[in-house]
Write a new protein. Sequence first.
Length: 227
Amino acid sequence: MPNLVPLYGKDKKIFATTDGSFSFFNLTFNEAYRAKSVGAYSESLYKFVLASEIVEKLKISSVRLLDICFGLGYNLAITLNEALKTDATNILDITSLEIDKEVVELVKNSLIFFPYKGYSLLKDLITSGIKNNFRLNIVYGDASKTLFSLKNNFDIIFFDPFSKSKNPEMWNINIYKRLYTLLSDDGVVVTYACSKKIRREFEEAGFKTYPTPNLPKDFQPGTILRK
């Protein structure tokens, strides 16, 4: 097997998760992008893609998706993979926020991530920005700031920054109010976070909060947010 370490930069250590997919530990934030015990693929599938019902919505109409943050691309790759299984031709217009250009290059140049069809399409979108009915615009910079430069409303928001203890600037009432403003009236925000305190703060920002349904056994619940 070729030595892939040079692709990962100085602050990212690779490890395998329980479902066979790979994650990385980010030494800058001192936290993994996805937990080993849950499975990188499984967490994105259940807590973001299925929880948001994005593929079902895409069958009916075009969807504007705000992805916070791009990370290892699992949320987007699995979304694309599930969409490719359908005959939906509506436009999926993705805006993704990411501070680390290196991690996007890691995704674009690595062969270790699955689902392979989803990641293949994601790599094409990173390069060209558009393919068939899929669009991707990556906005680089600190998401706690770039979030306030966005103009569009979004039908679905994937809220996936590092945890509050490691990335506190993304977990406060001003951010939650901004998400509320950016979300369409019948839209949905999904996140892996589930603490009572965070849910209470989301509610203070105007959201109604719900636990993520239909999770596999031993999964911690994520949270679904609606207006």
